[in-house]
Structure formats: structure tokens, C-alpha cells
Design a protein. Structure first.
Length: 92
């Protein structure tokens, strides 16, 4: 399943690039896409380094790692949103 999801993410990236190359100018979209690929690689790596009986434990560790990545991204987006709101409310 993990391999199928990774393949679908790569196909999505290719389709996005083929649809219009200006999608690459959207930094947020590119960052989200790259982080999704990195998270998928991390989970696959963690599943691959342990014997089959320990994969469920490693899956919990992978979930914690992906959650930490998501929290960091959420904080960065929150800071960007606050800056945008302040700039939008600033009188011209």
C-alpha cells in the first residue's frame, strides 16, 4: 500500500507539471508535495529496517515523526498567515 501511495504521489506531481508549469511557482504547493514524498519515504524506511513482527511498533514511531513534521509546517503556516493578516489590515 505504501508503494502504491508513493507511485500515486509521483504521478500526481507529474500530472501537475504537465498540466501547467506555473504550478512550480507556487512555493506552498511544492513544499506540501515534497513533504508528502519525504514523509512517505521516512515511513517506508522505518518499515523496512525492522523485522515484520515489529512493524506495528515502528509504524507508531513513524506516525510520531510525521506528526512532528506536520506540527512544524503548521507553525510556519500560522506565522505566515498572521503576517499576511497584519499586512492586509494595515491602512494604506
Amino acid at each position: 500500500v505504501l508503494g502504491l501511495l508513493f507511485t500515486l504521489k509521483l504521478l500526481f506531481g507529474g500530472a501537475l507539471l504537465l498540466a501547467h508549469q506555473r504550478f512550480l511557482e507556487n512555493k506552498g504547493l511544492v513544499i506540501f508535495f515534497l513533504l508528502a514524498l519525504v514523509a512517505n519515504v521516512i515511513v517506508g524506511f522505518l518499515h523496512g529496517i525492522v523485522p515484520g513482527i515489529l512493524v506495528s511498533i515502528t509504524d507508531a514511531i513513524a506516525a510520531i515523526v510525521v506528526a512532528i513534521i506536520a506540527i512544524i509546517l503548521a507553525i510556519v503556516l500560522l506565522i505566515g498567515a498572521i503576517i499576511s493578516i497584519v499586512l492586509a489590515l494595515k491602512p494604506r
